[in-house]
Design a protein around this ligand. Sequence first.
Ligand code: NAD
Length: 282
Amino acid sequence: MSAKLLEGKPIAEKIQTEIRQEIKSLGSTVILASIQVGDNAGAESYVKSQKKLAESLGIEYRFNKLASETSEAALIEYINKLNIDKSVQGIIIQMPLPSQIDYKKISTFICPEKDVEGMHPANIGKIVFGKAKILPCTPAACMELLKSTGVNLYGKEVVIVGHSEIVGKPLSLLLLEEFATVTVCHIGTSKAGKLEEHVKKAQILIVAVGKPNLIKGDLISPEAIVIDVGINRVEGKIVGDVEFEAAAKKAAFITPVPGGVGPLTVTMLMRNLVEAAKLQRV
Ligand code: NAD
């Protein structure tokens, strides 16, 4: 392996130190309201890690668990109460939600200034104008990883594989803001037999698909920066979307999976909370 490992934890810890200071200087209690609907082991483990980090940063994590049969209307009413509660600065809805609730619909009811996940259409829209203070967490984590390499993004050939609303699409806008040349690939690119040619030209490659070994290591161009967002469970192990060993032989930097993007995303959530608290002060 010749690539440098781009690990999320040290970057997360540095940002956490900044958050701790900001929380202190805000001078009053900052509260993150977290809503879970029904029981789910996955959601419970996210809640646990959010709570642990929040408390270590001096943030009050106010957890609310609603019954699994909660209706959309009742959840909206609950969100509205939190929207007008001046003691609460951030709201997060845990996934997955029961089938009677449409997350896309529900998330638009969170007041944009309390939307710590950065997924409200108003916050996504602000990215287009380069004015966003609250950013979607995974794209923000990718930007921090890139920043840590010291790379100047201006004019760089960036290829994103995956065009989801939570990763690829907002990330492409953040990169355009830095004047990178951005190509976004997706299933259509693969079906047209064009994925390899795009991947080969990438100086920076970011993959968020959810298919182990989708990107063959020999396609990575020498000295590329590779950010693997994918999380896949294969034979009891967590792996990304990129053939790690082969890619690491060619790349300049590569994120491990696990340990790359993942550890940063929950920290980005807390940074959004600080921004949200500041927005609500003015
Ligand atoms: P998604 O299912 O919403 O989107 C998948 C994307 O991959 C789509 O754009 C689709 O067109 C594309 N795609 C599918 N097959 C393809 C192929 N053969 N070739 C090229 N493109 C293809 O997924 P998502 O929610 O964005 O998540 C993607 C992956 O990232 C998952 O593994 C998920 O677990 C992981 N993820 C990780 C984090 C993190 O914090 N580390 C956060 C979000 C998502």
